[in-house]
Design a protein around this ligand. Structure first.
Ligand code: SF4
Length: 702
């Protein structure tokens, strides 16, 4: 019998609703859900091809595999043998070296229920906080900035603000390619309302810029200088909301003093943009009613990521454009469930429902709720710190689930060396392609999207239910089931869930009384309503809150938002005579992360089939490099060899590599992260993917 299932796209954080039709032969076709408030029936190229990634099972891991010794080949084993061994090895390492000697590295593509279980397992029962995810590479600067300015990791807007605003400032993002359905809504809004203005700041002239009224093509690393210059003009011209500042914020005067330290002309020189363009952008802000500040990796993935976020959020706060239609900070979440992961506390430095590791009462509450071990105050190892600790020998065992760090981590050769030194590596994974598998002592086959049920939260706090549509192949199992089985074999109580809804309900109960209370939710409500935004407490009057902070009260102790005053020095890797160019990395339109899914779809490869280096024609001319010529990009840590793409859309002095390619696509010489550096933002610990010093030369075959 043909059937149709409602679910959510598993790629970016836009969180589009998808209906998957299954015919009587089990063939699947995905289409946009017209009834879903996010996408209203639209899907981007990746979403439209979702069903191919599920139906093509040729690359799937089917059975657990294990080896007893690093030199031995892995052999197929039963789940019993695999998980008994995992439990024995983890228990013995913990007994010998302590709980800090093990870690779990998860993914923003995990379902909320999976995130909940792995967080409970590690923080509640193993007895350390070494659970982090690849969301650390993606949104952790935004998480810290929300906390420091609004009092909690809370995205205040809803997508309907796109149709209700008259000004969007896109900073360090290319949503036209990376968050396409949000951008289609912007395109439609602009077509319907010629008064809607768009400012874009980006060192590259991307597809997003085609809609821009002002494109500020700044030098990488100068975002804070730009945001301060805009703030200065607004303050000097009296285009700020003093009433809002006085009643609802703290910290305005130090910011006002700070932004006066540079003239707009000095800022323009640092940013390398015409001062008139900065004045024009400020004038658009001054004369609009709304202001949506949209950003993503261009700000987040930086050694000053948190400060870049804070300086942008300041523009909303000093103009009072937050908490009302068409206004507010709008972080574009990279991964489909990075938000859900944050909600259950699935990062090394937080607890469920935005509770704090640093707060004794929070730790005690969660410990008692779980009935587990005392929770330590110190944050656990973050993504890159795990691999550093492995290399140094203090971290003995790592469990990697649903992520491919040997393509996605910065300075990736260091991560390879670290994995080679680990005593015990578990890889819980869907595909047999990721580079990580070659280091695995134990491989656990996991069910993929559409083969398990659960929930995800998108970038506007919207929780959507995902249906189980088809059987997992071979012996693959849902991630949460694998983790619960392991936890039980470790002797831990509290993992005897009969289904994923029981996990979800426990998570909902743990949020009760917090600012993100979803105690009123269950799967039946999600299936009936299709999706809801949090908070969604039991009290009906407090449900359905499209925007946060409408009453001007924030989640800080004083109830006021904090205006921060960051410095604007660039602390990224210094350029030199030998390494005079700035390398920035990012995504292309039709590929997702390390291509384990989108790389299987021929249609998606037709957009851009190979990796490439974008270089300005003048930089290419100085190096006698022509279009499509093989070149080498060299930095302190490594080399990439790809073909050159000459374009004046990139700023002179800057080059760009896409982040998707790795060994899986034939050669590790096309892997951008051979070169990127592991400098971290000191607060968020997010790496600086957007700035590495490099040289580019023609490749001459030896
Ligand atoms: Fe999926 Fe994002 Fe495309 Fe929507 S915009 S279909 S969530 S990849």
């Amino acid at each position: 019998m043909p059937e149709s299932f409602k679910t959510t796209c598993c790629y970016c954080g836009v969180g589009c609703g998808v209906i998957v039709h299954k015919d009587s032969n089990g063939m699947l076709v995905a289409e946009g859900d017209k009834g879903h408030p996010v996408n209203k029936g639209m899907l981007c190229s990746k979403g439209m091809n979702l069903h191919y990634t599920v139906m093509d099972k040729s690359d799937r891991l089917l059975y657990p595999e294990m080896r007893y010794h690093k030199q031995m080949p892995r052999k197929r084993v039963s789940w019993d043998t695999a998980l008994e061994r995992a439990a024995r090895v983890f228990a013995s390492i913990i007994e010998r070296y302590g709980p800090e000697s093990v870690a779990f590295y998860a993914s923003g593509q995990c379902l909320t229920e999976e995130y909940y279980i792995v967080n409970k397992l590690v923080k509640g029962f193993i007895g350390c906080n070494n659970i982090d995810t690849n969301s650390r590479l993606c949104m952790s600067s935004a998480v810290a900035a929300y906390k420091m300015s609004l009092g909690e990791d809370s995205v205040p807007i809803c997508y309907d603000d796109i149709e209700q605003t008259d000004l969007i400032f896109v900073a360090g993002a290319n949503p036209a390619w990376c968050h396409p359905i949000v951008w289609r809504r912007v395109e439609a809004a602009k077509a319907a309302n010629p008064d809607l203005k768009i400012i874009v700041s980006d060192p590259r002239k991307t597809q997003t810029c085609s809609l821009a009224d002002v494109h500020l093509q700044i030098r990488p690393g100068t975002d804070i200088t730009l945001h301060h210059a805009l703030a200065r003009i607004l303050i000097e011209n009296g285009d700020i909301d003093m009433d809002y500042i006085n009643h609802h914020t703290e910290g305005f005067l130090p910011l006002a003093k700070k932004v006066m330290e540079r003239t707009v002309h000095e800022a323009a020189i640092i940013c390398d943009v015409p001062p008139e363009d900065i004045y024009q952008a400020a004038s658009l802000i001054a004369h609009s009613k709304g202001l949506l500040t949209m950003w993503t990796m261009g700000l987040n993935q930086s050694v000053r990521g948190v400060d870049k976020n804070l300086s942008l959020i300041n523009l909303n706060l000093i103009t009072g454009r937050i908490g009302r239609p068409g206004c507010g900070p709008f972080s574009l979440t990279g991964q489909p469930n990075a938000m859900g992961g944050r909600e259950v506390g699935g990062l090394a430095n937080i607890l469920p429902a935005h509770r704090l590791l640093s707060n004794e009462q929070d730790r005690l509450y969660v410990q008692q709720f779980w009935g587990g071990k005392p929770i330590g105050e110190a944050p656990g190892l973050t993504a890159t710190q795990m691999f550093d600790a492995m290399e140094q020998g203090s971290l003995k065992a790592i469990w990697i689930m649903g992520t491919n760090p040997l393509v996605s981590l910065p300075d990736v050769r260091k991560a390879e060396a670290a994995l080679a030194k680990a005593a015990f590596v578990v890889v819980q994974e869907v595909s047999n392609k990721p580079e990580t598998l070659q280091y695995a002592d134990l491989i656990l086959p996991a069910a993929a999207w559409a083969e398990k049920e659960g929930t995800m939260t998108n970038a506007e706090r919207r929780i959507t239910y995902l249906s189980r549509i088809t059987e997992a192949p071979g012996e693959a199992r849902p991630d949460a089931e694998i983790l619960c089985d392991f936890a039980t074999r470790m002797g831990f109580a509290g993992f005897e869930f009969k289904n994923s809804e029981e996990i979800f309900l426990e998570h909902c109960r743990l949020t009760e009384g917090t600012n993100m209370d979803i105690g009123g939710l269950n799967y039946a409500i999600l299936k009936e309503k299709r999706s809801v935004q949090w908070p969604y407490p039991k009290e009906p009057l407090l449900q359905n809150m499209p925007r946060l902070f409408a009453d001007g009260r924030f989640y800080t102790k004083s109830g006021k938002a904090i205006i921060n005053d960051p410095n604007d020095e660039n602390e990224s890797e210094p350029l030199s005579e030998d390494l005079p160019l700035i390398l920035t990395t990012g995504r292309i339109r039709d590929q997702w992360h390390t291509m384990t899914k989108t790389g299987k779809v021929n249609k998606l490869k037709q957009h851009i089939a190979r990796s490439f280096l974008e270089i300005h024609p003048e930089d290419a001319f100085e190096r006698a490099i022509s279009e499509d010529e093989l070149i080498e990009v060299t930095g302190v840590r490594g080399t990439v060899r790809v073909k050159a793409k000459l374009t004046s859309d990139i700023k002179k002095g800057v080059v760009f590599l896409p982040m998707h390619w790795g060994k899986m696509q034939g050669s590790d010489l096309n892997r951008a992260n051979n070169i990127t550096n592991a400098l971290l933002d000191k607060v968020s610990k997010q790496p600086d993917f957007k700035y590495a010093a490099v040289q580019v030369r023609k490749y001459i075959k030896p």
